[in-house]
Design a protein around this ligand. Sequence first.
Ligand SMILES: CC(C)(COP(=O)(O)OP(=O)(O)OC[C@H]1O[C@@H](n2cnc3c(N)ncnc32)[C@H](O)[C@@H]1OP(=O)(O)O)[C@@H](O)C(=O)NCCC(=O)NCCS
Length: 154
Amino acid sequence: MVVNSETKLRAVRAEDLRGIARLERQIFKIEGAWSLAEYEEDYAKANRVYVCAEGDGELIGYAFAEWRGSTGYIRALAVRRGWRGERIGARMLDRVCASLWRRGMQRLVLHVREENERAVELYRRRGFVRRRRVLNYYRDGVHALEMVRVRRGR
Ligand SMILES: CC(C)(COP(=O)(O)OP(=O)(O)OC[C@H]1O[C@@H](n2cnc3c(N)ncnc32)[C@H](O)[C@@H]1OP(=O)(O)O)[C@@H](O)C(=O)NCCC(=O)NCCS
């Protein structure tokens, strides 16, 4: 981690998508990560929220969501290794959730690998509650927790 470094959050711009696709492959090391073309197609849709974090001028994290009806879906949240534990993930999540509440969502939903304690704890502390376990949700057969946060008094 870079000490005393500057981090800032901002909306993703089209020219960031290549870096995001690269970062996704680095972080998740998975087959089937989205190509640049897939990102471009998704980003162009109206019902999307794309936020990223910059540290020392480089892309160090991203968070995406979409909405359908009155439900918002948190689709991705990731921070580059070396930058974790600095509240960047929490800040991006807060930004995305705020954007979805502003759009009138009644509930926010996400799926997380059940073994991913860090992420589960992050979501739990931000008001997401486990709704159910979805078996074999991920390609590698890992189960997901489906977590939900309901709008309250906003
Ligand atoms: C999950 C991830 C996005 C968190 O981002 P981050 O910037 O490191 O997290 P933050 O510093 O904002 O910490 C947020 C919360 O995570 C939890 N957390 C942080 N460090 C932790 C640790 N070592 N062990 C357990 N929980 C931890 C805490 O609940 C913390 O909340 P708090 O600040 O209220 O104490 C990041 O670790 C990551 O990119 N992981 C790999 C990709 C991934 O798993 N994404 C989630 C897919 S659903």
